[in-house]
Ligand binder design. Structure first.
Ligand SMILES: Cc1cc2nc3c(=O)[nH]c(=O)nc-3n(C[C@H](O)[C@H](O)[C@H](O)COP(=O)(O)O)c2cc1C
Length: 376
């Protein structure tokens, strides 16, 4: 950032007089505020949670190589995605059931993103619909969707999102109805179906399922296309009037398929380790994906980003920007929109500090030579 753009709110001071130094302290505070089953739903991962533990830890194997003697008195943290200017290269990832963290749920998250000047990715599994979010915030927004069994329904969902000002579609392709979330198998989270289906109401589906306790699972399992192939992606791309981004790419082979099928971007992601345990972490997968893609489409990354230095390392290894998932839920639980905003400001402050210390003046110019990867 240039010095003039420094945030007005002190980056490390949270609401209610609480001073938090980093996202890990925010996580701890959020954990104390949430009922255990809700915490398990937000925090948990697949099976033994090995990938979950590794997602952040893997960033520690990427080592920064600071360059000295560079005038870093002015730093620019802004970048552009599909022509949209954002003030820092951190977006808010789609996460379902945000209302469990705070009554204002997605409305608060969208307001925080607008305040900070970044993009919020609204989810299919949200309480507030894209129209309600559009009425509450004028900030930039994308829409996360699945490829549904029924093309007519999928197209209606796309049109609704576009009409509500969503400037890109994020198609999640690593979703499955067969995940083993053992925390929830031990201590199930029972939620009202209304909590996460607003974006599906009115698309011609059986809305009476909303009244049933397991309606949400029935709806999603009958809807989400489990026999998804690249032809479905080609179909989404042919229907969409805004850029299409695929979420859940973790191998260079699939990244190349994404290029071949003409999508506009990918999110290197293991879904925050919530789908299958034992996968590569995103930051491990990124270098070979970036090499394969070779600048042909935009690359973003999520899963395990918790520090400004994590953001910087991802940029150096070929991502244009990153997304955070759980941290937004922590900020939301602790302080609503203000909490999410302060979480982002903490990341901004850390990224700015890391840039100043490593001789970087512009997030758009961070190069591969800034890092080395230690093998151990
Ligand atoms: C509680 C929760 C719900 C999520 N729901 C969705 C979802 O509905 N669709 C989706 O594509 N990703 C979903 N994700 C994955 C996030 O978009 C993102 O990939 C992940 O959280 C990034 O990892 P991080 O939490 O370590 O930052 C969810 C993640 C969490 C924690």
């Amino acid at each position: 950032m240039t010095m003039r753009q420094r945030p007005v709110v002190p980056a490390l001071t949270f609401g209610n007089g609480v001073n938090l130094v980093n996202l890990f302290e925010l996580e701890e505070l959020a954990r104390k505020k949430m009922p255990p089953p809700v915490w398990d739903y937000f925090a948990g991962g697949a099976e033994d949670e090995i990938t979950l533990a590794e997602n952040h830890r893997a960033f520690q194997r990427v080592k920064l190589r600071p360059r000295l003697g560079v005038d870093v008195s002015k730093r620019d943290l802004s970048t552009q995605l599909f022509g949209q200017e954002i003030s820092l290269p951190v977006l808010l990832a789609p996460t379902s059931y945000q209302k469990l963290a705070h009554p204002e749920g997605e409305l608060a998250v969208a307001r925080a993103a607008a305040e900070v000047g970044t993009i919020v990715v609204l989810g299919t599994g949200n309480y507030y619909s894209v129209d309600e979010v559009a009425a509450a915030s004028s900030g930039p927004r994308w829409f996360q969707m699945y490829c549904f069994n029924n093309h007519e329904v999928t197209e209606k969902a796309i049109r609704r999102a576009e009409a509500a000002g969503c400037s890109a579609l994020v198609v999640t392709i690593d979703g499955s109805d067969r995940r083993r979330f053992e925390r929830l198998m031990r201590r199930p989270l029972v939620v009202s179906p209304q909590l996460g289906l607003s974006n599906l109401v009115g698309l011609g589906l059986d809305d009476t399922l909303l009244e049933k306790e397991d309606g949400i699972n029935k709806w999603l399992s009958t809807l989400v296309k489990l026999d998804l192939t690249w032809d479905d992606i080609a179909w989404v791309k042919s229907v969409a009037r805004v850029p299409v981004v695929l979420k859940g790419i973790i191998t260079p082979q699939d990244a190349l398929k994404a290029v071949e099928y003409g999508v506009d971007g990918i999110i290197v992601s293991n879904h925050g380790a919530r789908q299958v345990d034992g996968t590569l972490t995103s930051i491990e997968a990124l270098p070979e994906i970036a090499e394969a893609v070779d600048g042909k489409i935009e690359i973003l990354l999520d899963s395990g980003v918790r520090r400004g230095t994590d953001v910087l390392k991802a940029l150096a290894l070929g991502a244009k920007a990153v997304l955070v998932g759980r941290p937004l839920l922590w900020g939301l639980a602790v302080g609503g929109a203000d909490g999410v905003q302060r979480m982002l400001e903490m990341l901004r402050e850390e990224l700015d500090c890391a840039m100043a210390q490593t001789g970087q003046t512009d997030v758009k110019k961070v190069s591969r030579s800034l890092v080395t990867i230690r093998k151990y």
